[in-house]
Design a protein around this ligand. Structure first.
Ligand SMILES: Nc1ncnc2c1ncn2[C@@H]1O[C@H](COP(=O)(O)OP(=O)(O)OP(=O)(O)O)[C@@H](O)[C@H]1O
Ligand SMILES: [Mg+2]
Length: 603
């Protein structure tokens, strides 16, 4: 038996090569097979059943070699009809050696040879030696060759813009407030103060104080916008946010610039010449917001003094939010014989907060929707608004916090609803409320199929929600959002940030501590840190903006709106976390990528 001749261990399935009569002349091929098999005894142990497939007629060129067969170590080539074990590789080799050509007579039409030899074995060989894989091997879905994170394909599609996105934008800090709701008493006090000064054509000063987010700046902005001169008097207005000044001394230049005064140097006499005049046809209204940042500066009492002098044409309104500032500031003014009027804003109560939130949400309804149900509240359940208002009122009465929580709650309900729709689409159900059900773009699908390592992309969902059909945030959403914004300590807030948010915060604190820094510079520095230190793909455009807005909502950063001219026209970011606090928070056990973040922070 050939198996015995070759001394091979045989598997139960025996290879039987039974050359057809046409194969008798193919001695050379058989001897070649034997020679190769001898070279690799191990492989021969793994023989499988192969049929004796036809070997093509030798061409004239090999006729000669057939007559003088190649010498092999195995002296006696098997006789015709002998049983020859073949491994799948050998079998393939056999059938690759001779080309089937029309010239040689082996065509499909030739009935004798119309069964093509199989090129790959039909059975897997369990004891075969492992061969080098032709493709990258995937072990527990991780590539063996590490890939740079920078090259990684983003795993999720951009969140589609929905009616909820529009609702969220109503509560973003950069959004200009519409008409203010409530604050009627404060409004009338302010209006009467101004009116009395305009009527008398004299200067004066007012100091507005109140806790953060109680509408001081918003109300004054609205009133300033309504101020208009008449034929008898022209009103020049200027608004300076003292927090956005690079140095306290910059107040001089900013003042002169705001009133379009050309001056060589910056002298007190310039200000005096501007504001003290017997000419009654012109009045200057100057608002200094966040004046607590100027408290230590000499100019502040000087300006208050200028506004109270005889023939003064300066109406000065200072705004500050530190609660004890009036007690510290006013006695100092009194000591200098200066007494500004005082207007105190109280924190918002729960009904006031609820009224503002309800009015903003309902502003998105069409007149027809408003007419259909006078009490319908889109996007948020009324009970959730009540809960939110009570929580914020009992914490601080800061309307900004209420906006942040509401935005976060809307974000949560949007994410949840879109995720539910995606799951339904992937499960093959037809989701309700979808304008189009494109699961994957063709390009992403192709990418997913060719990539061994990328997680499956999220399907793109486009929804056709309207304010009246969009899902609404519930009590649970508000409770979750408010615990993140109100109760949490700095370190737990930082812990909740994602990798990009942590990167932005660390860069901001590293570059500028807790003083405002232009958002555009922050974006550039963050991109650089992502590439150079953190190994992250930096976010750009709307995605970066989204990250920043979310951080504001989580209470770790503020965005100061653009105002003024030149450098002041850019938005600025201010961290609400100190360097040491942040360092402690990012160094916490289990923080992903903490080495990089610490490196950024201490750089
Ligand atoms: N009565 C209101 N109706 C509608 N929106 C309001 C009302 N009061 C405040 N807001 C909004 O709340 C946000 C915070 O208000 P604002 O900036 O006036 O607070 P503030 O008292 O100046 O706080 P801070 O002392 O921190 O400067 C703004 O977006 C403003 O538009
Ligand atoms: Mg303000």
């Amino acid at each position: 038996m050939p198996a015995a001749v070759l001394g091979k261990r045989q598997r139960p399935l025996e290879v039987v090569v039974k050359p057809s009569p046409r194969l008798i002349r193919s001695r050379r091929r058989i001897s070649t097979i034997l020679e190769e098999e001898d070279d690799n005894d191990e492989e021969m142990a793994d023989t499988i059943v192969v049929r004796a497939d036809p070997v093509p007629e030798p061409t004239a060129g090999i006729e000669e070699s057939l007559r003088t067969p190649k010498r092999t170590r195995r002296s006696a080539p098997p006789k015709s009809g002998a049983m020859i074990p073949l491994s799948p590789q050998r079998a393939n080799t056999v059938f690759k050696v001779t080309k089937v050509t029309a010239a040689s007579g082996f065509t499909k039409e030739n009935k004798d040879f119309n069964e093509a030899p199989p090129k790959t074995p039909r059975h897997r060989d369990a004891i075969k030696k492992p061969s080098t894989p032709r493709h990258r091997v995937c072990v527990v879905s991780k590539p063996m060759t590490p890939r740079s994170k920078l090259l990684a394909t983003p795993t999720h599609a951009a969140t589609p813009s929905t009616a909820i996105t529009t609702a969220k934008s109503l509560f973003s800090r950069s959004t200009q407030a519409g008409r203010l709701i409530g604050r009627d008493s404060e409004r009338s006090q302010l209006q009467s103060f101004l009116k009395s000064r305009f009527d008398a054509r004299t200067g004066g000063c007012l100091y507005i104080t109140g806790p953060p987010g109680c509408g001081k700046s918003a109300l004054l902005t609205e009133i300033m916008g309504e101020l208009a001169g008449d034929a008898k008097v022209s009103i020049k207005k200027a608004w300076i946010n003292c927090m956005s000044l690079h140095t306290p001394n910059a107040i001089y230049a900013s003042l002169l610039d705001s009133f379009s005064v050309q001056s060589e140097g910056i002298e007190f006499s310039d200000l005096e010449a501007l504001f003290i005049s017997t000419e009654k046809s012109r009045i200057y209204v100057l608002v200094l917001d966040e004046i607590d940042h100027l408290l230590s500066h000499d100019l502040l009492p000087t300006l208050f003094e200028l506004s109270l002098r005889k023939n003064s044409r300066l109406i000065l309104i200072g705004i500050a939010n530190a609660l004890d500032l009036a007690d510290r500031f006013l006695p100092r003014m009194k000591a200098k014989n200066l007494e500004p009027e005082l207007l105190r804003f109280l924190p918002y109560t729960a009904p006031q907060i609820s009224e503002v939130l309800t009015a903003r949400l309902r502003s998105l309804l069409t007149p027809a929707e408003v007419g259909a149900d006078a009490n319908f509240l889109p996007f948020v359940h009324p009970a959730a608004i009540q809960l939110l208002s009570k929580k914020v009122a009992s914490a601080s009465g800061d309307l900004r916090k209420a906006f942040d929580i509401l935005r976060r709650a809307l974000e949560l309900v949007e994410m949840e609803s879109l995720q539910a729709l995606r799951t339904q689409m992937q499960d093959g159900e037809k989701p309700l409320g979808l304008a189009s059900a494109s699961v994957f773009s063709p390009a992403r699908k192709a990418l997913a199929e060719t990539s061994l390592n990328s997680p499956a992309p999220r399907p793109t969902v486009q929804v056709n929600w309207t304010p009246s059909t969009a899902p609404r945030a519930s009590l649970a959403h508000v409770a979750k959002a408010s615990s993140a914004t109100l109760g949490a300590s700095i370190s737990s807030r930082v812990a909740k940030l994602n990798a990009h948010q942590k990167a932005v915060l660390c860069v901001l604190v590293a570059k500028n501590g807790t003083t405002p820094w232009p958002l555009i510079k922050l974006k550039d520095a963050y991109s650089k840190a992502c590439k150079d230190v953190l190994g992250l793909m930096p976010l750009v455009g709307a995605e970066f903006r989204g990250v920043v807005d979310a951080m504001e909502a989580m209470g770790v950063m503020d965005i100061l709106p653009a105002q003024g001219k030149g450098k002041d026209r850019e938005e600025r970011a201010v961290a609400r976390v100190g360097r040491m606090e942040l360092l402690t928070a990012v160094s916490a056990e289990g923080t992903k990528g903490k080495e990089g973040l610490i490196k950024v922070l201490v750089s």
